[in-house]
Design a protein around this ligand. Structure first.
Ligand code: EPZ
Length: 425
């Protein structure tokens, strides 16, 4: 029987220190874009370390609905074979569930000369326009039109161009980079996003036979090619946001947690902030040990594009800082509406004042368990951390948001000693 995660609740009994080892899964935000990029390959592609989360399953369903061959030869291993032209448009009922389906725009346009994706519209964390995507693809020669909430893109052979991004958007960098791989001539993309997921995408594209240079720096150069081949084994990078979530949970419960299967370099912005707050963090290349306890200090956080502090860990840090004595400050520079969790934390006794992009957090001695509601993926993760810290029992509604981006979070937390369960209603 299929469980409907939108109706159930997650129940957490707080007050236990987390301890033990947790293995980190493949990165949601890398796997999603790699699966989209795989639609440009003219031969089969096998991706490994693909996380078992609902966002991935929605994307896989979209690909099979538009007539592409997708299968799971083994758990965590996804095979994609895009030898036939897709039947567009993808079903609205599916694309409206997954904003990241807009990452199909560049690949389908470049490979098949046309693409249709649903204009995602805003979500709970912000307006999130796609103007930078459209500007970049138009610079490559695409014709982009909107019709009844659908983006219709078409082009003959795309042509390389020099493109400057007004903001280092992750999605726009990814869409333009993918499209430019099949354009004629060279593309120079400036002021681009430098996130590890961008570097993973460039490595994957080069595995398919593309010529992408400079990913991870401010300027990416792409020499276009006529076709991309296949790739029979590509490992998705570990999820730095999932890892960060467990690190913050370890600090918040004053526990001791060892994370394996990470790339600790990707976690530097968080390690620095946890240390500043008085948490002990020990790293080696592929693992991190977080040991909580002692006197914590208030800190200031500003979210920024990578390598700045990631916005996707901001809510989780807010939960942690809600019981750190003193005044901590958070400035959210990426999304204009990413403080909705503050109201739910206030229901648990937190003292947080939000003014525009600034949140002022006055640490309280303890949180109290109660009923709260997740408004998005990372807010949901923050409420789990708050529940683990709180006195008593916390019930978290809208758990579907959390299962979108965390592989087996209940099982992993239980293995670390948490008292947590999912209750279907
Ligand atoms: C990616 O979203 C991630 N999603 C987000 O993770 C993450 O928060 C975000 O990057 C920032 O790191 C995926 O990779 C699937 P952006 P994306 O384009 O690509 C503005 C999570 O929790 N902007 O870098 O949509 C935009 O409104 C999710 O896993 C424009 O103005 O982010 C935002 O304010 C949430 N015009 C800012 O840039 C554009 O054309 C950053 O957006 C594009 C973006």
């Amino acid at each position: 029987m299929e469980i409907n995660y939108d109706t159930g609740k997650i129940v957490v009994a707080g007050g236990r220190r987390l301890s033990g080892t947790v293995r980190i899964s493949g990165a949601k935000n890398a796997a999603l874009v790699l699966i989209c990029a795989a639609t440009m390959a003219t031969e089969p592609v096998i991706l490994e370390n693909v996380p078992d989360i609902s966002d991935i399953h929605v994307l896989v369903r979209i690909l099979s609905e538009i007539g592409l061959e997708v299968s799971w030869p083994a758990p965590g291993t996804l095979a994609v074979c895009a030898t036939t032209a897709p039947q567009l448009p993808p079903p609205y009922q599916l694309v409206k569930k997954l904003r990241a389906s807009n990452l199909l725009l560049g690949p389908l346009l470049a490979r098949f000369g046309q693409a249709q994706v649903s204009l995602p519209g805003g979500c709970n964390i912000g307006v999130r326009p796609m103007d930078l995507h459209f500007k970049g693809l138009a610079a490559l020669g695409a014709d982009i039109r909107m019709e009844k909430g659908t983006v219709l893109a078409s082009a003959g052979r795309l042509r390389g161009a020099r493109i400057y991004l007004d903001f280092p958007s992750v999605g726009a960098t990814e869409n333009i980079m993918m499209a430019a791989c099949l354009a004629e001539g060279q593309t120079i993309l400036e002021n681009v996003a430098k996130e590890p997921e961008i570097v993973d995408l460039a490595n994957f594209l080069n595995c398919l036979g593309a010529r992408v240079r400079g990913a991870g720096t401010d300027v990416i150069k792409i020499e276009g090619t006529d076709r991309l081949g296949g790739c029979l084994r590509y490992n998705v990078i570990p999820d730095r946001i999932e890892a960060g979530t467990y690190m913050i949970a370890a600090a918040a419960t004053r526990g001791s947690v060892h994370l394996s299967g990470v790339i600790s370099r990707h976690l530097e912005p968080l390690c620095a902030k946890l240390r500043e707050a008085g948490v002990s963090v020990t790293e080696d290349e592929e693992s991190v040990l977080v040991e909580g306890g002692g006197n914590y200090r208030p800190i200031d956080i500003k979210t920024l594009p990578y390598p700045g502090f990631p916005t996707d860990l901001q809510s989780q840090m807010m939960a942690f800082l809600s019981t750190v004595p003193g005044i901590s400050l958070i400035t959210e520079n990426i999304f204009e509406n990413r403080y909705r969790v503050a109201d739910e934390l206030a229901r648990m006794g937190a003292r947080i004042k939000v003014e525009g992009r600034l949140a002022v957090i006055e640490g309280v001695p303890a949180l109290q368990g109660t009923q709260v509601r997740a408004s998005d993926l990372r807010a949901g993760a923050a409420l789990i951390i708050a529940g683990l810290m709180a006195q008593g029992r916390t019930e978290i509604y809208n758990p579907g948001y959390i299962f979108r981006g965390y592989h087996d979070i209940i099982g992993k937390l239980r293995a670390l000693g948490a008292e947590i369960s999912f209750q279907d209603e």
